[in-house]
Design a protein around this ligand. Sequence first.
Ligand code: ZN
Length: 140
Amino acid sequence: MASETPVPAPPLTPFIRTTADGAHYLAGCRCTACGEIFVGERRVCAACCARGGLEAVRLADTGRVYAFTIVERSFPGVKTPFVDVTVDLDDGAHIKGTLEGVEPSLEGVRFDMPVRLAWREATPVNTPGKAYLTYLFLPA
Ligand SMILES: [Zn+2]
């Protein structure tokens, strides 16, 4: 009897990448003119407007909470409350995400708290069986 290899869930966004050995990371780009780092691919630098000088980089997997909000109401079926964050990654990129592993309250989260990237296979509330790979943040 042949064994079946589970098919990995597809990434939620194009900037979620997986190495040949199965490790996940966030892909970004760095402007060779000014050094600014962005999430995902770009053709024009949003900081200095240089064109075509952006090189692919693997983004940092640690950072600090720049801003957050406690989400009390969401789409039907999505469990609330949860914490939505904007994170300044340690390499200078900025990214939004969900912070877990904390009390979803104003007392449970603080600005500038260190966080780290984590990965999960999630399933949309209304389409079970359509798992996807996504990222989240945890306290570091
Ligand atoms: Zn630039």
